[in-house]
Write a new protein. Structure first.
Length: 442
């Protein structure tokens, strides 16, 4: 009897606590609009996109935003637009480079932390139309993406070191007294409406949420505003103050954004890793470029973690992308021509990835990615309730598969020439494998 009473009083206590928590947010905090599930699924099925960091700073070859008041004095940096004349800019060429790479979407830095706008905005003169070039870069890219059936996304910073109403100018002088965040948020809303109305991006990639003036409340206000303008819009998690790599109740946005690293395998929230093909985000002369094997294994390990890869290039001041980067991206596209079924529209897992192994899945197929195909025999853990009916390389070479109570044994024939970047093996199961819980590979 005493135990029952104790149990009931514990339950009541728990219930009161939960009721209290539900009001901890205060009765008037507006619930954020629900994410559009179809938009998110369509986005995650794309798996591979091109990030582009570009602006007048490329004239100096230093990092966009961050080199202002560092390698480049503020007045010099803020005057670069007067020289910016990328006469070789060709939006079709950029989009064809992305398409040839097997990329399915593009995200351009319409406005980075330096506040310069790559479109003819009505809300500041600090924009592309004040340069000798005088052409709408964002508009040209949006048009080319539509022409080549590539999804178009926009990067927009929530910190703006040039705009006076934003109180931080990264000039070592701390908070500016003439800052006015309400005015700044209105400026943001006006520009974001301009971008959505004129260019119809499928995705907005926010950045710069770490500085003191930005709050979760501003983030929620902007998120709700955007979703009213376009309920299908996909928005990353950098509108909120939460960390970039997770999606939590501190986040504002639809997916997590690990940066310069491959996100961890998880099936509970969507994520996209943003990683540079070189070291710098914006163009840098003679910057070190990642080898092809690292580029392809990064894509395989990202997909194997159930995430997207947003792979960054920094075009040159004359408007061209570097020939070596274009060549590298083409080689990724050639790999995807043969192996794309193991990346696009797949889910990560069911086997957890490691430095030389990843797995992806779709329907009744599991794609095994061997990033170091030296061994000819592979042992995988048996999958409870699932029978592997056959195995073959994605290039069609049959692979012997035997199963027992604890393992799946694969014997790779010597006739199969390993792919130096990533050898993909297909396992066909007797049922869908999409709902299998994530498991160790052996
Ligand atoms: O400060 C930016 C940086 O310049 C770059 O744009 C990356 C890309 O995600 N984001 C910020 C650093 O986290």
């Amino acid at each position: 009897m005493r135990n029952n009473t104790k149990r009931i009083s514990l339950l009541c206590g728990l219930l009161l606590c939960l009721i209290g928590l539900s009001h901890a947010q205060g009765p008037n905090v507006p619930a954020l609009p629900a994410v559009n599930k179809q938009s998110m699924k369509d986005f995650m099925d794309l798996r591979f996109g091109m990030f582009i960091h570009w602006g007048p700073v490329t004239l100096r070859g230093t990092e966009i935003g961050w080199s202002r008041n560092r390698q480049v004095a503020q007045n010099d940096y803020d005057s670069l637009y007067k020289e910016f004349d990328p006469v070789l800019f060709d939006a079709d060429a950029w989009v064809k480079t992305a398409k040839d790479a097997g990329m399915k979407y593009i995200v351009i830095t319409a406005k980075h932390h330096d506040g310069f706008c790559l479109w003819p905005t009505a809300y500041t003169k600090y924009n592309i139309m004040q340069t000798p070039f005088k052409k709408d870069v964002v508009g040209a890219l949006a048009k080319a993406c539509k022409k080549y059936n590539i999804k178009f996304g926009i990067y927009y910073t929530v910190l703006d070191w040039y705009e006076r109403s934003y109180p931080v100018h990264n000039d070592g002088k701390g908070m500016a007294p003439d800052g006015d965040m309400n005015k700044f948020v209105q400026y943001m809303k006006s520009q974001l409406k301009e971008l959505i109305d004129n260019y119809h991006p499928f995705l907005l990639w926010f950045d710069g949420n770490w500085e003191q003036p930005w709050t979760n409340e501003y983030g929620k206000d902007i998120y709700a505003y955007l979703k009213k303008l376009d309920p299908t819009l996909v928005v990353n998690n950098r509108l909120g103050k939460g960390d970039h790599v997770t999606l939590s109740d501190q986040s504002v946005g639809d997916y997590a954004t690990p940066e310069q690293k491959i996100g961890k395998l998880n099936m509970s929230f969507p994520w996209e890793s943003c990683i540079t093909i070189c070291n710098q985000w914006a163009w840098k002369p003679n910057d070190a470029m990642k080898p092809l094997k690292q580029c392809i294994s990064t894509l395989a390990l990202t997909a194997g973690g159930n995430g997207n890869l947003l792979f960054n290039v920094g075009p040159m001041p004359d408007g061209r992308m570097e020939a070596r980067q274009v060549k590298q991206l083409k080689a990724m596209g050639d790999w995807l021509k043969q192996n794309g079924a193991s990346i696009y529209g797949t889910l990560g897992g069911p086997f957890t990835p490691d430095s030389s192994f990843a797995s992806t899945r779709k329907g009744n197929k599991i794609y095994i990615h061997l990033l170091n195909a030296s061994n000819k025999h592979l042992t995988l853990a048996a999958i409870p309730g699932v029978h592997i009916q056959k195995a073959y390389s994605i290039t069609g070479t049959p692979i012997s598969v035997t199963e027992n109570a604890t393992s799946i044994e694969l014997q790779i024939p010597d006739t199969l020439v390993a792919d130096a970047n990533d050898t993909v093996i297909v396992l066909e199961a007797d049922k869908s494998v999409e709902d299998i819980p994530v498991m160790a590979r052996n």
